[in-house]
Design a protein around this ligand. Structure first.
Ligand code: ATP
Ligand code: MG
Length: 375
């Protein structure tokens, strides 16, 4: 699967852009603040219908404009895909192959995109929310049901928390929210448990290869409500736990039980590296997790995803860079960088080079020779 074309209108610092990409490597070079990340942010919209940088769609409207339009075309094994999005402050319209979709879940399972930025290298040491986001993004792409469940869950949680903040919350109403929270929360827990188990298997193999067998990586689901074998048992346990904690929730005015409190435990050679890992270990584990995410998409969907490497190559040492590039032979890559060494360029397969300056993109050559093209 690969992106063939992108058209932008009043998107971030782009007024108008119409660009065709290479099925293998697309190197997007340029100085800081010129629009490199903006361009791959637009591409990412075609996968989940939202940005990886902001949850406010209208932030992407060019300053001074009323709306933005994005059109992304892709080629898959046996079909062509076209995703269009138009966003104004008041509305958001998404079309898939010319047909207006009603729910974002209809967009999922079409274009699979993984983004890898320097932020992701910190995923191991940062707060649990970052690790939950990592799980959620991936699961939403491969399981549209998960997207529905997590959207419902978040809405109910917000309503429950709003009620807890009222002066005298009605217990009978809270109990209704609790039923729903247990319903959707339990589905999320079971899907996360299955996903993490698979991710553990793949990432530990990758990590073993990267570290030449020196390190044994394991990831474990640290579930706030321990996961059970069946949905019914899961719901029962969820309800039991939430009822036990009602007094605490009333005092704290927030919900203490549920998958919004989950975490991912990351262990190397028996040690929890969230707390005790060296920076190098944490970054290598993050790389293993990202590569595992890509492989898992392939396993689950039989499709190669598209990888957006936003400023991340120069953050890795030579050995990690080579490992990353060599493992991505069949994948379309978008690589943004302010500066990329000739040595790295030489390791890249065939592709195109673009140069971005102040919201304008210039292609430097039709087929690239990464050794001579660049800045
Ligand atoms: P770096 O190398 O530092 O990561 P970059 O080329 O990736 O830089 P981007 O993040 O793509 O930079 O673009 C940043 C530029 O886009 C900034 O100059 C910012 O002011 C501008 N920008 C961001 N949002 C909007 C918007 N809604 N309208 C117009 N310009 C915007
Ligand atoms: Mg950037």
């Amino acid at each position: 699967m690969y992106i063939t074309k992108v058209e932008l209108q009043d998107f971030r610092n782009y007024e108008n852009l119409n660009i065709e990409f290479h099925p293998n490597v697309n190197l997007i070079l340029g100085n800081n603040a010129q629009g490199k990340t903006n361009l791959i942010e637009a591409i990412y919209l075609s996968s989940l219908g939202k940005s990886f940088r902001t949850s406010n769609d209208f932030e992407m409207i060019k300053f001074g404009s009323k709306f933005f339009r994005v059109k992304i075309e892709a080629e898959k094994k046996n079909e062509d895909l076209c995703v269009e999005m138009a966003v104004s402050k008041e509305s958001k319209a998404v079309k898939l192959n010319g047909r207006k979709i009603k729910k974002i879940s209809e967009l999922l399972e079409n274009i699979y995109i993984v983004v890898f930025s320097p932020e992701d290298l910190k995923i191991v040491k940062e707060e649990p929310e970052k690790r939950r986001k990592f799980i959620d993004r991936e699961l939403c792409q491969i399981r549209p049901m998960y997207f529905n469940n997590i959207s419902r869950y978040k809405k109910i949680l917000l309503q429950r928390n709003t009620m807890l903040k009222e002066n005298s919350p009605k217990i009978s109403l809270l109990e209704i929210w609790d039923q729903e929270l247990a319903e959707y929360g339990s589905k999320i827990i079971l899907m996360r448990a299955e996903f993490i188990k698979k991710l553990d298997k793949i990432s530990s193999q990758i990590h073993k290869n990267i570290t030449n067998g020196k390190e044994k990586l394991h990831i474990q689901y640290e579930a706030n409500v321990p996961f059970m074998n069946s949905l019914q048992e899961q719901k029962d346990l969820f309800l039991e736990k939430i009822r036990k904690n009602i007094e605490k929730d009333l005092v704290r005015r927030s919900t203490s039980v549920g998958p919004h409190r989950d975490d991912l435990k990351i262990i190397i050679n028996g040690i929890d590296i969230r707390k005790y890992g060296s920076q190098g270990q944490q970054r290598t584990a993050a790389l293993s997790l990202k590569l595992a995410e890509i492989m898992l998409i392939k396993e689950e969907t039989e499709e190669d995803c598209i990888l957006l490497l936003d400023d991340v190559l120069s953050e890795l040492d030579e050995e990690r860079q080579n490992y990353l590039i060599n493992s991505l032979a069949n994948i379309q890559l978008f690589i943004t960088s302010a500066e990329l060494s000739d040595k790295v360029k030489r390791t890249l397969p065939e592709g195109k080079t673009f140069y971005v300056e102040n919201g304008c993109v210039e292609q430097r050559k039709s087929t690239i020779d990464f050794e001579v093209v660049g800045v």
